[in-house]
Design a protein around this ligand. Structure first.
Ligand code: FAD
Ligand code: NAD
Length: 367
């Protein structure tokens, strides 16, 4: 007798269950994954609506219900990483027995391609706005109490505003509040604040509206997106970061991650292209980090320097790259990340390929 081994999508799909005590509702999601972590779990609970999304590779599982009764604002999320069990713990407002968890919403209990799951937005409060340079500011947004969300290294979010009656959406890459780098968000409060470094363009549609937000105003922030894989860094010995202008933003968490969490990293080099000295973001923090951590080096290259600039000048070119992009050892594993204006990134990738770097050794951040 032959046994037929069948594996259907249903077997791989997560499932959920729920329990209650007098005061608590616990929703349990069995992800069937052995390496769950906080970055893969996004929970929003507001106004009797619960939404819990689990990211599994390029798929998304969703629990989405209109809760049967009211719950308080604070929500706890526990993740048993090795078992792949995610618990969402809600506090009942009233000690009554719930007959059901709630009414299922459209996406409830579905397991679909991530790209087919529309972006979810929640309103975040602007808590501070600090100057970084003459035209760039660090915006600090606070997530609502019922939201659990961490933006992974290398990923961006979308901000949404209504401008002159029309919804406008633009991507931005969260950074850290400051550079080095002993800084670790305590896990309990992790994800409470999102920091965005944003250049305000004098004729920019979205950034002008952003600049006019007042402290205490709200703006919609989406779930994270992006195709960068942390594992690309986890195996590299030399990390090279090529940034143009605000293309620096994805490099911030990358730098932090490489220098604090990747044991095989030997060198991290940032080659930072800007127009003028005044445009360099976090210059003194970068210089201090280079002094403090001997694995880290930074090179500033200006395309429109004043005449007293003694450093390097020019735009991205084959000769500049061959001078600065090098392996620390002949056979060392490198990862080169590049981000900036589209022509900068496209030319950079081409020059790197001409210099003999392979597709796998290059990650370009693009739209
Ligand atoms: P727009 O109204 O689109 O115009 C911007 C400026 O450029 C204006 O001065 C305009 O006159 C000029 N301009 C517009 N189009 C052109 C053109 N085709 N050629 C020449 N000039 C033009 N930005 C950040 O500051 N920080 C970030 O962290 C960040 N992360 C990003 C992540 C991703 C994945 C991507 C794709 C972009 C990111 N950006 C980031 C850029 C951001 O999304 C916006 O494009 C930027 O803020 C400009 O928006 P805006 O509506 O103000 O400007
Ligand atoms: P900028 O105009 O100040 O230019 C910074 C440097 O980039 C210049 O000094 C020059 O060296 C180089 N550069 C600019 N235009 C170039 C060109 N045509 N060819 C070659 N090199 C060029 O830059 P900015 O205003 O800060 O803009 C940053 C760009 O980075 C924006 O287009 C933004 O959308 C992009 N960005 C993308 C991401 C992402 O993840 N995809 C993230 C952040 C920023």
């Amino acid at each position: 007798e032959k046994k037929v081994l069948a594996s259907s999508a249903k077997d791989l799909s997560p499932s959920y269950d729920w329990f209650q005590t007098d005061s608590l509702i616990t929703v349990v999601i069995y992800t069937k994954q052995k390496d769950m972590n906080a970055e893969l779990v996004i929970v929003d609970c507001q106004d009797k609506q619960l939404r819990g999304e689990i990211i599994i590779d390029d798929h998304s599982y969703l629990v989405e219900v209109d809760l049967d009764h009211a719950v308080s604002e604070d929500v706890a999320v526990n993740i048993a990483e090795k078992v792949g069990k995610v618990e969402i713990i809600l506090n009942k407002k009233d000690n009554i027995h719930w007959k059901m968890l709630g009414q299922p919403r459209e996406g409830h209990n579905t397991f679909i391609k991530r790209t087919d799951r529309g972006l979810f937005y929640r309103k975040c409060k602007l808590v501070s706005k600090t100057e970084v340079t003459h035209d760039t500011k660090l915006f600090c947004l606070m997530l609502p109490k019922g939201t659990h969300l961490c933006v992974p290294t290398g990923q961006h979010v979308y901000l949404k505003q209504i401008i002159a009656g029309t919804e406008v959406v633009k991507p931005y890459t969260p950074v850290l509040p400051f550079l080095p780098l002993d800084f670790q968000e305590p896990p309990r409060h992790g994800g409470v604040h999102i920091y965005l470094m944003i250049k305000i363009y004098s004729h920019g549609l979205f950034t002008q509206a952003l600049d006019h937000l007042q402290i205490g105003d709200y703006i919609s922030v989406s779930n994270p997106e992006g195709n960068f894989k942390k594992s690309q860094v986890q195996t590299s010995e030399d990390l090279l970061l090529l940034a143009g202008g605000t293309g620096f933003t994805p490099m911030v968490k990358l730098l932090n991650f490489a220098l604090t969490e990747v044991s095989c990293v030997r060198t991290v080099k940032l080659i930072f292209f800007n127009k003028t000295e005044d445009d360099i973001l976090w210059r003194s923090q970068l210089e201090q980090l280079a002094l403090k951590d001997e694995r880290f080096e930074v090179q500033f290259i200006l395309s429109q320097p004043s005449k007293d600039w003694v450093g390097k000048q020019g735009k991205i070119s084959s000769s500049l790259l061959s001078e600065f992009v090098k392996r620390s050892r002949r056979d060392s594993k490198v990862l080169i990340c590049i981000c900036g204006p589209t022509p900068f990134t496209e030319q950079g990738v081409q020059y790197l390929k001409d210099l003999g770097y392979s597709q796998e050794e290059i990650h370009a951040f693009t739209a």
